[in-house]
Design a protein around this ligand. Structure first.
Ligand code: NOJ
Length: 552
């Protein structure tokens, strides 16, 4: 398996990246237009969220044809051109494979509905009482996880939207079809794949009610998952490609197996535990202050655990499903720039492969929409109703969406300070973030050596320059400060230490002369109060500093 330790991946949500034909939707030619910008940033791979034929009920995660490009994004020729032009600039394209489910518009599902048994076996259909679903499992988007089809007198499983029917991976024909799709895209020259909620694909043989939760414990990291992944990767011949699995409610033990090279499953895994530290009682729709102690513990557990077990992490804060990290854990006002840089540095120098989600590199903020009319996401719209039914007022429900909606990250990319941020000439499909300001645009930041963008460029370059960042071991020195996250990377004689102040207050850190005879490699403040060479040093609000002996 190939080593991706010095690479950085950039995630593009094409619908919101750049609209070149003036229809309000971003498109593939828009990605091509920005390739020089991405090369300058220094990233190695571009992961495109799904651009296939889809009714867009879940913005492309409801695929109706895995081999065709949705005309809203362009043509197959456009994608081929993108692959070619990216390659010319030293970047590879990764496509997003949504293999847990298809759209109910997919031909397979349509044929299943028409009564063809072969295709009914492609999905998870169960006979049963029309008034009682086969199990009490809940959909991740709210409501029951099963849908009844009166004409067939059968239920089908759908862990997400009613139009996203779960595939039956226990059927070897289904696995064969999915392998063929990967081979199709390999031939087109793509260099890697992101696999959507891949750890949910192996469902238990016996489906039973869940009296403790929503059913996820029965199908997350399910019974045959490792076997199926090995088979898919081997049969599609993608062992040397960059592959990342999105793992929902997974475990460290399983992620080690998914990503340890000897297992020949995937190159790396996304897990989401660190992004649940502000969920009240584990509920995404319950608001609470982030638990920073828990956040630190989770990073320590996963970094040390993956290192011990030989697994590999995908490092990330943001994606198209998560609120913007500066709005979430940083500071949108006085320390906007400092906190954006600190959060970037914290992630990028750890052990793993970093991912940047479009707009993160300029410190974009949440949407701050004042009314429900501005939201588009199916999950947000469903949950708005559910929250009202649970007794929240409209104001409260809107406050919850403002913090948790997936639309927070899907607002159009802010290229310049034009009316639509240089994303489009026309009203975009989703309104601009209400927090859009000139300072948070690519155009403004490209002119500024001290910008968040410049900081990201440095972090990406550092990973390539210093093998200790790519390959080194990680450990976590004690600092005595609850709101400071610190780690040390070491490779032979070389070492880099990182301090991150997670708070808006100054923090005294027991450093025991940490910086003595070490050079500062990157920091987000010009001057420091006191010195890293002292026994105790004081970090400023959201201060980030990385220092070491790599340049001796
Ligand atoms: C995870 C994707 O990231 C999300 O956007 C999607 O809604 C679900 N999987 C279902 O495909």
């Amino acid at each position: 398996m190939t080593d991706f330790s010095n690479k950085t991946v950039y995630q593009i949500y094409p619908k919101s990246f750049r609209d070149t034909n003036g229809d309000g939707f971003g498109d593939i030619p828009g990605v091509i237009e920005k390739l020089d910008y991405l090369r300058e940033l220094g990233v190695d791979y571009l992961w495109l969220t799904p651009v296939f034929i889809s009714p867009q009920r879940d913005n492309g995660y409801d695929v109706a044809d895995y081999r065709k490009i949705n005309p809203m994004f362009g043509t197959m020729e456009d994608l081929e051109e993108l692959i070619r032009q990216s390659e010319e600039r030293g970047m590879g394209i990764m496509l997003d494979m949504v293999f847990n489910h298809t759209s109910t518009q997919h031909e397979w599902f349509q044929r299943a509905l028409a009564g063809e048994e072969k295709y009914q076996n492609y999905y998870i259909f169960r006979e049963g009482d029309p008034d009682r679903a086969p199990t009490n499992w809940e959909s991740k988007f709210g409501g029951p996880a099963w849908e009844y089809v009166p004409a067939l007198k059968k239920w089908y499983l759908r862990l997400y939207d009613v139009t996203q029917a779960d595939l039956n991976w226990d059927n070897p024909e289904v696995r064969g079809e999915l392998k063929d799709i990967l081979c199709f895209w390999k031939k087109k020259g793509v260099k890697g794949f992101r696999f959507d909620v891949i750890n949910l694909v192996s469902k238990p043989e016996k489906m039973e009610d869940d009296y403790e939760g929503d059913g996820r414990r029965f199908y997350s990291d399910g019974p045959h998952i490792h076997e199926y992944l090995k088979e898919l990767v081997r049969d599609a011949g993608i062992e040397e490609y960059v592959t990342v699995g999105e793992m929902s409610s997974t475990s460290l033990e399983n992620c080690i197996r998914y990503s340890a090279p000897a297992e020949k499953e995937l190159s790396m895994c996304f897990n989401f535990h660190h992004l649940k530290v502000d969920y009240k009682d584990g509920d995404k729709w319950g608001l609470m202050e982030a638990d920073y102690k828990k956040l630190k513990e989770l990073f320590v557990e996963w970094q040390e655990g993956m290192q011990r077990g030989g697994g590999w992490n995908a490092l990330f804060w943001c994606n198209h499903d998560q609120p913007r990290i500066v709005s979430r854990l940083g500071n949108e006002g006085t320390y906007w720039k400092e906190s954006a840089k600190m959060l970037a540095g914290m992630i990028h120098l750890m052990r793993g492969t970093p991912y940047i989600y479009q707009g993160e590199e300029i410190g974009m903020l949440n949407a701050h929409y004042p009314s429900i009319e501005q939201y588009r996401d199916v999950e947000s719209l469903n949950y708005y109703q559910i929250l009202l039914e649970r007794g929240e007022t409209e104001e409260e429900a809107l406050a919850t969406l403002a913090a948790r909606s997936r639309d927070n990250s899907r607002t159009p990319m802010q290229w310049n300070s034009g009316k639509y941020g240089g994303f489009s000439e026309t009203d975009p499909w989703l309104p601009m973030s209400a927090a859009f300001r000139e300072e948070i645009t690519v155009e403004a930041q490209e002119k500024d050596e001290d910008s968040v963008l410049a900081f990201y460029r440095k972090l990406i370059a550092m990973r390539k320059k210093y093998p200790v960042i790519a390959e080194g071991d990680i450990c976590f020195p004690e600092t005595g400060a609850d709101m400071v996250f610190a780690y040390r990377r070491t490779l032979g004689e070389k070492e880099i230490t990182v301090f991150c102040n997670l708070s808006g207050e100054k923090q005294a850190v027991k450093a025991a002369g940490a910086g003595r005879r070490k050079r500062i490699l990157l920091e987000n403040y010009e001057g420091r109060e006191g010195s890293l060479e002292e026994e105790i040093c004081v970090l400023l609000p959201y201060e980030f500093v990385a220092f070491g002996n790599v340049e001796d």
